[in-house]
Design a protein around this ligand. Structure first.
Ligand SMILES: C[S@@+](CC[C@H](N)C(=O)[O-])C[C@H]1O[C@@H](n2cnc3c(N)ncnc32)[C@H](O)[C@@H]1O
Length: 304
């Protein structure tokens, strides 16, 4: 059995996606869906719980023994009997919940997660796909330099997922205003072509290694920009328009890697999301700070 944990407020999207993928939901507990079969790559799962068991337990110590026999670090996802669950957690090594710095190393040891269904039944997963509790990263934020909070999406992509352009690379950031992403790309040492119909915040426009073009990203020709290591987009547009845009840049052969926010209206455009996912060497993820949007990553080398 596998558990898929929806990001807060996205239970319906997770259920729809599971249905479209033919994954049978056995039971729902808040935003946790327990499903039949091996884990699959599900976008609206913030975290995926592997090898889930539902076991009887007779006491706090008994539950702690069940956990210790299965994994080295534990987190508690609260469903019921919260106080009792916290007493169980006190008896086992717990996964640290902390704020991370940008590019700080993330612990690699897998973490287990448990929830109490009642005072007699416990849900246990000895390993989750994300090395952080509940698939969420929280940062020590920079409240001074970035002009918008959108920078947190790239911080997460670079720190938790490890997709990051190297210093000296050439990047493009389309839909860049007021400049949060452009700021991150500049701070990691890339040369940024920054494109938006609206102007950048003056303090970002004044930074070195940023070439700003005030125009529509849809009118821009790849041949006029030249070879790029990374294409970034946080542009507000319909998913199918974004797909057209990235296909044009992919077909140019001038771009090696992509990271783009796919922004949804209601209802979520799963058809286009699956088209992005089907592009070879691609991944689609829901970042901790993505709202009704997901992030598509496409790399030149196969994704591990
Ligand atoms: C969510 S904001 C981007 C925030 C930015 N990533 C940051 O970190 O500050 C989306 C941007 O897309 C821009 N946009 C919308 N249509 C565009 C187009 N056709 N060409 C370029 N930019 C566009 C908007 O002007 C807006 O600034």
């Amino acid at each position: 059995m596998t558990g898929y944990l929806a990001p807060e407020g996205f239970e319906t999207d997770l259920k729809t996606e599971l249905g479209l993928m033919g994954i049978e939901i056995l039971s729902q507990h808040g935003r946790l869906m327990l499903c039949k079969g091996e884990a699959q790559d599900v976008v609206f799962a913030q975290d995926t719980w592997l090898n889930v068991e539902i076991l009887p337990y007779t006491s706090i110590s008994h539950a702690a023994e069940l956990l210790k026999a299965r994994a080295r670090r534990w987190s508690h996802f609260s469903l019921n009997n919260h106080r009792r669950a916290e007493l169980i957690l006190d008896k086992v090594p717990r996964a640290k919940i902390k704020r991370y710095d940008f590019l700080e190393e993330i612990p690699k040891t897998p973490i287990g997660v448990f929830s109490l269904l009642s005072d007699a039944e416990i849900i246990i997963s000895p390993e989750t796909t994300c090395p952080l509790p509940f698939g969420e990263i929280h940062f020590n934020e920079d409240k001074v330099n970035p002009p918008s909070r959108a920078y947190l999406k790239l911080w997460e992509l670079f720190t938790l997922y490890g997709y990051k352009p190297a210093p000296g690379m050439k990047t493009i950031d389309v839909g860049s205003c007021p400049g949060g992403w452009t700021w991150v790309l500049q701070t990691v040492g890339t040369n940024v072509v920054s494109v938006d119909k609206a102007p950048l915040a003056p303090k970002i426009a004044a930074l070195p290694n940023i070439e700003f073009k005030q125009e529509s990203a849809f009118g821009l020709r790849p041949q006029h920009v030249g070879k790029l290591d990374w294409f970034f987009s946080d542009i507000i547009c319909y998913p199918d328009k974004l797909l057209e845009l990235v296909n044009r840049w992919r077909e140019s052969g001038l771009v090696d890697n992509f990271a783009c926010t796919i922004k949804f209206q209601q209802p979520t455009d799963f058809e286009t999301m699956f088209k992005f996912k089907a592009i070879p060497n691609s991944r689609v993820v829901h970042l901790s700070c993505n709202k009704h949007e997901v992030t598509w990553i496409h790399t030149k080398e196969p994704i591990k």
